[in-house]
Design a protein around this ligand. Sequence first.
Ligand SMILES: O=P(O)(O)OP(=O)(O)OP(=O)(O)OC[C@H]1O[C@@H](n2cnc3c(O)ncnc32)[C@H](O)[C@@H]1O
Ligand SMILES: [Mg+2]
Length: 166
Amino acid sequence: MKLIIGSKNPTKIQAVENIFPGNEVISVDVPSDVNAQPFSDEETRKGAINRATHSLEKTPDAIGVGLEGGVMYVEEQLFLCNWGAIVTKDNQIITASGARIALPQEIDDQLKQGYELGDVMDRYANKQGVRKNEGAIGIFTSDFVSRQEMFTHVVKLLRGQWEYFT
Ligand SMILES: O=P(O)(O)OP(=O)(O)OP(=O)(O)OC[C@H]1O[C@@H](n2cnc3c(O)ncnc32)[C@H](O)[C@@H]1O
Ligand SMILES: [Mg+2]
């Protein structure tokens, strides 16, 4: 089985490799066709599907995987949200979302000003490349859950549903 993941972010690639061991995993940079910082479940999920679809255009004999990070509101509270999608060559679409945690007001304020969460997190944590490492979820859970672990769970949900429904 060959999988093509629409991102060069190592946390996303590793998540696919964790759940599809022994399979070929290719990574490509593809557009999400949504805002760099999605602001709802709908937009984040759409980004994941678009990434999977565009990946599949590059290697049609593979299974396309898209993983997308975003934020969304529950009432007034901003949450981190993440979505994943598998798209098959017969255009079957499977989606799942990941764990969500509340984000502090100061993060919300900076996102509203137009900054991307990855950049905001680097400044907040005084680190470089949070998005490629522990992620916002790692910072705000005292490293109990890393971005890779969160995406691994999303890919697990995708693989499980894909096996059930196909
Ligand atoms: O190269 P790609 O695949 O685009 O990886 P990315 O890190 O930019 O991730 P996304 O585009 O999926 O996420 C959208 C934005 O939200 C940021 N983001 C999402 N989840 C994050 C997290 O847990 N930690 C830090 N930044 C995060 C990310 O850096 C982007 O600015
Ligand atoms: Mg991005």
